[in-house]
Design a protein. Structure first.
Length: 397
């Protein structure tokens, strides 16, 4: 058959297998995630308590040491948490607001004193305060909350058994109030800080805005690159004219960025009901993101031709699954070689600060990186005027 003589037909099974392999790689971050070294602050304010036998009870120190031994406090399983000692409540809150910690565990000053009261007729259960940094990452916040609950369950079982054994050896008669308190000797108060609320796509609002912004950037860069390529690809076009064409492309990119950024912010607030804190601030940040992506894509296409779009489509498929995961959930390859440098990560980080951390439009960390991407990309785009001929794939009229 004539069809079977076509090389593309013969190669199609190999191409299909290659596509399956490539897109299977995009599933690996979620399929192989294993949390490790999640930074959680611990603040030990416990002042200790004097016991009747003259000894000093320092339960806060014991609890802080036990937390590092495993999720349930048994030492049988390595904890996924990296505990960071912090000296004060204020320092812990500052670290939460700066996204240094996924949570903070506060051991209050009267922790040992209340624990000692469990042996008395008027017991008072000691209470740990847990601050979960919900806006930092929804997945990590859920995991940390479950981990803390499991850890407290293990501690409660151990302390309860010790207290019952101690009082039984003394022949003490327990009141119902004592028995109830000793059954759960440590209470907890879990509070979400930097909350994502009820209208933020369960904390995924920053991620949900990425795809339309990315695709708008690809479309704008591809169309303008083709048009400019047709102009500067004509014979006899001077470098000055090429430079003017690239500057015109920048001007069109700025218009595209402003239109796409503010339209997306307005849609997010009015149509998607994402509880946008400030449409103006978000519109400006999204416009900056679009311009950075537009210039980056245009710069690459100016050297590779329109076929370079494949790189950014692959980046979409490989990068998107990583945006919802904390870096501590990824294996070393994805964390160090993909997530650490993908440009869309900085857009999502900046949106997270706008949505959940009360940041306005400013030159914060993510915004500075996006600005750097825009500047470097624009320089590369301008250097393309030194290249002989036009853009590959852009046919001259």
């Amino acid at each position: 058959m004539t069809v079977l003589k076509n090389k593309l037909i013969i190669a199609s099974p190999v191409i299909a297998l290659l596509v399956v392999f490539i897109f299977s790689l995009t599933l690996m971050p979620s399929a192989t995630m294993k949390p490790a070294d999640l930074p959680v602050a611990i603040v030990n304010l416990d002042e200790g308590a004097d016991l009747p036998d003259g000894s000093k009870l320092k339960l806060g120190e014991a609890i802080a040491a036990q937390m590092g031994q495993g999720a349930a406090g048994t030492g049988d399983e390595a904890s996924p948490v990296k505990w960071v000692g912090v000296s004060s409540y204020e320092e812990a809150r500052k670290g939460l607001n700066e996204q240094s910690y996924y949570a903070a565990v506060i051991i209050p000053a009267d922790f040992s004193r209340k624990q000692a009261s469990l042996r008395s007729p008027e017991p008072q259960a000691p209470e740990l305060e847990v601050l979960v940094n919900q806006g930092m990452n929804a997945t990590a916040a859920s995991m940390v909350t479950q981990m803390v609950n499991g850890m407290l369950g293990g501690m409660n079982a151990k302390l309860s058994a010790e207290l019952f054994g101690e009082l039984e050896s003394q022949g003490a008669m327990l009141t119902p109030k004592q028995a109830a308190a000793i059954a759960a000797p440590i209470a907890s108060k879990v509070t979400n800080v930097n909350e994502f609320g009820t209208s933020a796509a369960r904390g995924n609002a920053p991620i949900s805005l990425f795809q339309p912004i990315w695709m708008a950037s690809i479309a704008g860069a591809a169309i303008t690159t083709l048009v400019v390529g047709q102009t500067i690809g004509r014979a006899g076009v001077s470098r000055r004219d090429k430079l003017h064409a690239r500057l015109a492309q920048l001007g069109i990119g700025i218009v595209i960025a402003l239109l796409a950024g503010f339209t997306m912010a307005w849609l997010a607030d009015g149509m998607l009901d994402l509880n946008v804190p400030s449409v103006g601030d978000m519109g400006l940040f999204l416009a900056r993101s679009v311009l950075a992506f537009f210039l980056m894509i245009a710069a690459v296409l100016s050297w590779t031709g329109i076929q370079g779009i494949a790189l950014f489509v692959l980046l979409l498929f490989f990068g998107a699954p990583l945006l919802s995961l904390p870096p501590e959930f990824m294996n070393g390859f994805y964390r160090d070689w993909i997530h650490s440098w993908i440009p869309m990560r900085f857009m999502v980080d900046g949106l997270r600060e706008l949505f959940f951390f009360g940041q306005g439009f400013s030159l914060n960390g993510p915004a500075l990186v996006l600005a750097g991407i825009a500047v470097v990309s624009f320089v590369v785009l301008l250097l393309s005027v030194m290249k002989p001929g036009g853009v590959k794939g852009a046919a001259a009229p």
